[in-house]
Ligand binder design. Structure first.
Ligand SMILES: [Zn+2]
Length: 526
């Protein structure tokens, strides 16, 4: 097969709690890319899952007084259920505590790095944040506290296994500066290069079984040590492809693929852009080709972890406002670089303006007019699809669609390339903006051509009536084909709405369009 092979992943979240809106952002972005590339004929595998083996999960279970596996299973099920709530199209959902391929794959990765001479034991002391599952240098703390969590890291001193990260600084620098490992946006790439230039220290990749509360994957041939959860978690990108047995999915999606793309949040850039590529170099494996780092969401100005409640629960938001409105906000308002602030008012305003009033109204009035003027039947395009001006518009430029028609042509012509280029840059706002431009151009076209006046004019007698009649056929035909084109372009972003629009604009067995029905509810009053 000659289709490009694209493998894309989200990070696998800790399952110490239920999913929040920040997770939804990453899942929806990855879903858009997966749907887009499938539509363009790529072979696509979209993988997500959960990081079950974290000490955070153990502590959360203790706080609730439940068994760790029970808490992990319960919360992992909530993450997997986002497939339905958010209309996600992932092909694989890996669970690091449950998937038999995972542990065997992590062990293989460990042994390969050991064979390269990159693993060694050392006594170590440092400050560890359980929330981040990482050691911090004193210089990285803010007033002695974790910069992510604001909590005081605990002092840990024990003998651990270490990975010789220091050995890979030069190779990583060359890979990133040459673009063979592409990191977007550029601010993140520069941060990674600055981190590498500052000198890479070897890092601890195991902990004592006691400190791990006996949870996680034991170190091969050293069962008193448990593999560091990040080593374990990063491995999922390979292990769920059946890396342990050199399986065909691994060879297809990792070794032979054209693109290996990781999506992640800015807090875990270092793990994905430094540690993980170094582990792969050590193990003699191909590297990811692309890393896209999204920003953080705040909710009404507060960090999601602090705001809590239903305002950040993606399932509750979908139940109340619908999946289209939630996906549309995430894609239309979150910039490709930097953070974004969410409020339900912004979600409702964006959906009402663009989905209910802009797009919904366009499709609704198209279908209504086809029923009112043509009994629900879309005529073949008269006059080669050229739409004459409405008769009261002064002297019609005969044989012309007018400026509004030409503008609509241009918007339709431009949209595939604009979407392609914007998504290549991970600019979801620009990509949805290109589709939105078509909606606006189509609404201007309706207002410019005024089909209701053509309908009035065709009631009169004579040649003018015949021209108006042909004109009305052409306007309606053009609006229906435009609506279907919008649905096709919208499909990666709003798959559920796109299929509703397609259904509205597809004639039934009797040749007529279904009756006009509102496509998007108005949300402002909810
Ligand atoms: Zn932390």
């Amino acid at each position: 097969m000659t289709e490009p092979i694209t493998y894309l992943t989200t990070t696998i979240p800790y399952v110490n709690a239920r999913p929040h809106l920040g997770h939804a952002l990453e899942f929806v972005e990855a879903d858009v890319l997966a749907r887009h590339y499938r539509r363009r004929g790529h072979q696509v595998r979209f993988q997500t899952g959960t990081d079950d083996n974290s000490l955070k999960n153990v502590l959360a279970a203790q706080a609730e007084g439940v068994a760790t596996q029970d808490l992990v299973d319960r919360n992992a099920a909530a993450f997997e259920a986002l497939r339905g709530s958010l209309a996600l199209s992932f092909d694989e959902f890996v669970r690091t505590s449950r998937d038999p391929r995972h542990r065997a794959g992590v062990e293989r990765l460990w042994r390969q790095c050991a064979e390269s001479g990159d693993l060694y034991r050392k006594h170590y002391g440092g400050r560890y944040c359980v929330g981040c599952e990482q050691f911090y240098l004193d210089t990285e703390l803010v007033d002695g506290r974790c910069p992510e969590h604001g909590t005081e890291p605990q002092l840990v001193a024990e003998e651990n296994w270490f990975f010789r990260l220091s050995r890979y600084a030069g190779q990583l620098h060359d890979l990133i500066t040459s673009g063979r490992l592409r990191i977007e946006p550029a601010t993140r790439r520069n941060e990674v290069l600055a981190f590498i230039a500052g000198g890479l220290a070897d890092f601890s990749i195991s902990r004592s079984r006691a400190r791990a509360r006996d949870w996680g994957i034991p170190v091969p041939d050293d069962p008193d040590q448990v593999i560091y959860v990040w080593w374990d978690a990063l491995g999922n990108y390979l292990t769920a492809l059946d890396y342990a047995t050199d399986g065909e999915p691994y060879r297809h999606w990792w070794v032979r693929s054209d693109r290996r793309l990781h999506l992640l949040g800015k807090g875990v850039t270092r793990f994905h852009a430094v540690y993980w590529p170094a582990m792969l170099l050590s193990a003699g494996q191909p590297l990811p080709t692309d890393i896209y780092v999204h920003g953080y969401l705040t909710v009404a100005g507060e960090r999601i972890s602090k705001s809590g409640g239903t305002s950040v629960d993606p399932v509750a938001l979908v139940e109340r406002y619908g999946v289209d409105a939630v996906r549309w906000w995430l894609l239309r308002e979150v910039p490709r670089a930097g953070d974004a602030d969410f409020t339900v008012e912004r979600l409702a305003a964006r959906a009402d303006t663009e989905l209910a009033n802009g797009l919904g109204n366009l499709v609704n009035r198209t279908v209504s007019m086809v029923h009112r003027y043509r009994g629900g039947v879309v005529s073949a395009a008269a006059n080669g699809g050229v739409v004459p001006a409405a008769p009261t518009g002064g002297v019609a430029s005969a044989g012309s669609d007018g400026d509004a028609g030409r503008e609509l042509d241009r918007a339709l012509e431009r949209v595939p390339a604009l979407v392609e280029d914007s998504l290549a840059d991970f600019d979801f706002r620009a990509a949805t903006g290109a589709v939105w431009d078509v909606v606006e151009a189509a609404n201007r076209f309706v207002n410019d051509r005024r089909p209701w006046q053509l309908a009035k004019a065709e009631g009169a007698a004579g040649e003018a009536a015949a021209a108006a009649s042909a004109g009305l056929d052409a306007v309606l035909h053009r609006l229906v084909t435009t609506g279907r084109a919008i649905a096709a372009e919208l499909a990666p972003f709003l798959p559920v709405a796109a299929s509703r629009i397609e259904a509205q604009l597809t004639p039934a067995a009797d040749g007529t369009l279904p009756p006009a029905a509102p496509l998007f509810p108005r949300l402002a009053d909810r």
